[in-house]
Design a protein around this ligand. Structure first.
Ligand SMILES: [Zn+2]
Length: 234
């Protein structure tokens, strides 16, 4: 008799907990921005697609002496520069660059609210780090990338971005549509690059899953350079 009562109590408690959990989850789902629901890899690839369009924002000349590194926690795009003259030039043109970035970042689904420059990491690529896992193969050109077949995972990620863009498309103008297409194409190239790199034995970042030529140690993890500079040192 008592056992039955206890069992009923336990069952009632369980159901209550389940309801609370469900309520919490659906609330979470509503408040979490889309960007947080994306997988780390999806997010990283979208950023890379956006970053590869940097020359169209900064112009070829400035783009040769600067490159986007990552998007920080305050949604600033962090641009690393070769020297202080370039830093000054980019800082002065900041508002103009942010305006040009806006339709691109909207298409990529990467929120950009500000821009800041970084003078520390521009030459990082050239620093020898023989103790860390790396490959020295150069990346393939666009033509070679186009011959690579997307796997189911990449096809899904491409479909997700296409879907995001279609949802936005309702209120967008023809110019935005052109930009969307361009971002989509760049994104697809990033997906193909990922496949190509993995098949060539490039090491994979333990934080975001992107295949890169070299990994860096950060808090017991081997991570890509973007993840490395993005996570604040403790
Ligand atoms: Zn990473």
């Amino acid at each position: 008799m008592n056992d039955d009562l206890d069992a009923a109590k336990i069952e009632a408690k369980r159901q209550e907990m389940e309801r609370t959990l469900r309520r919490g989850l659906s609330k979470l789902d509503k408040i979490l921005p889309r960007v947080l629901r994306q997988s780390g890899l999806e997010r990283r690839l979208r950023e890379h697609a956006l970053f590869s369009l940097w020359p169209s924002v900064a112009g070829e000349v400035l783009a040769k002496r600067s490159r986007p590194l990552y998007v920080d926690l305050q949604s600033n795009i962090v641009i690393t520069v070769s020297d202080s003259a370039v830093a000054q030039e980019i800082t002065l043109a900041r508002m103009q660059f942010l305006q040009k970035l806006a339709p691109l970042s909207r298409a990529a689904g990467v929120e950009i609210r500000g821009l800041r420059v970084d003078l520390k990491h521009y030459h990082h690529k050239d620093e020898p780090q023989p103790e860390e896992e790396h490959v020295t193969l150069p990346d393939p050109d666009e033509e070679e990338l186009r011959t690579i077949q997307l796997g189911p995972e990449q096809a899904l990620m491409l479909q997700q971005l296409t879907q995001d863009l279609t949802e936005q498309g309702k209120e967008s103008d023809p110019r935005q549509e052109k930009i969307n297409k361009r971002v989509l194409m760049t994104y697809e190239l990033q997906l193909r690059l990922g496949i190509w790199r993995k098949s060539r034995g490039f090491p994979v970042c333990q934080a975001c899953g992107f295949a890169v030529s070299r990994l860096h140690s950060r808090e017991q993890l081997k991570v890509c350079f973007n993840c490395y500079v993005q996570s604040p040192e403790k």
